[in-house]
Design a protein around this ligand. Sequence first.
Ligand SMILES: [Cu+2]
Length: 342
Amino acid sequence: MGSTIPIIPPQASNHAGHYDALFWLLTLLTVVFSVGVGVLILYFAIKYREGSPANRDRPSHENLKIELAWTIIPLFLAMGAFVLGAWQFVEFRRPPADVTEVFVIGKQWMWHVQHANGVREMNELTVPVGRPIKLTMISQDVLHSFYVPAFRIHYHVVPGRYTTQWFTATRPGKYQLWCNNYCGTDHSIMGGYVYVLPEQEFQEWLERGGERSAAQGHPSLVLQGHELFERYQCGTCHGPENTRDGPTLSGLAGTTRQFTNGQTAIADDMYLREAIVNPHARVTAGWSDTMPIYKELNEEQLIRLIAYIKSMGTPEDPRRAAAAAGITPQAQQGNGAQGTGN
Ligand SMILES: [Cu+2]
């Protein structure tokens, strides 16, 4: 995803310092005891190996002092870690009274965020610095988990049930956001960014209705599909109307297709996928078998392309939005060279 994944993410919330303290304490205890016990095992195994000249005169059977020490010291260490962990858990589960609520919906494979004033975000969460935020979360399909490493927070997002978690962001910046619960094909791209803004900037952002410069945005599947469609120049043959070069894909999804071999099929996701990766399998009646095979597209890209194709001719279609905004699509020049020549 461009940016590197640091081994230790920055500490950017009220929970981060506490969490790290506990993490390092447990790591330290584990290392000290594992190494200590391991080294002793090795040392004694060598020293008292069969036939070694070690002194075996007075084998010790009991030593109250040592036994007390190795019982009481670890007891306090373990209880210390427990108390710290329990205290942090209670703190994490109990938001302060003056918390600001933000709603999060997880669905395969994106995050929708809804602020109280109606501002919506997609794969982004924008919050002010220094103000406690409570996320109220629900899933539209399977189990997900809302995870912000820099905040050291994550919690399950469950279908049919609201779950919550809270934090106070402590440092302005842009932080990674992930789904932390395997949830299907595109789980690994189910993420985005948390933007922490100074209070003033956050208010301005809210008033602008959540507008941010497009460059920073995390585009929707449809927009990503649109971008692929342009990159692979599918539009050369698939324009807004049927042409000699290919059928229009506008309004295609869900319709019944007729093929040159006399069969028919409904244009569902499976069909659209096949039409792209294996166009020669079933050729649409009225056209020749001239569509190139796109073997290099991976499943994620196919899902995006299919999402885009399904949006074509609906209000979601990015070309419509562009047209409505008075932006004419770039003149498609030099496409003649791609013609089929028949
Ligand atoms: Cu997920």
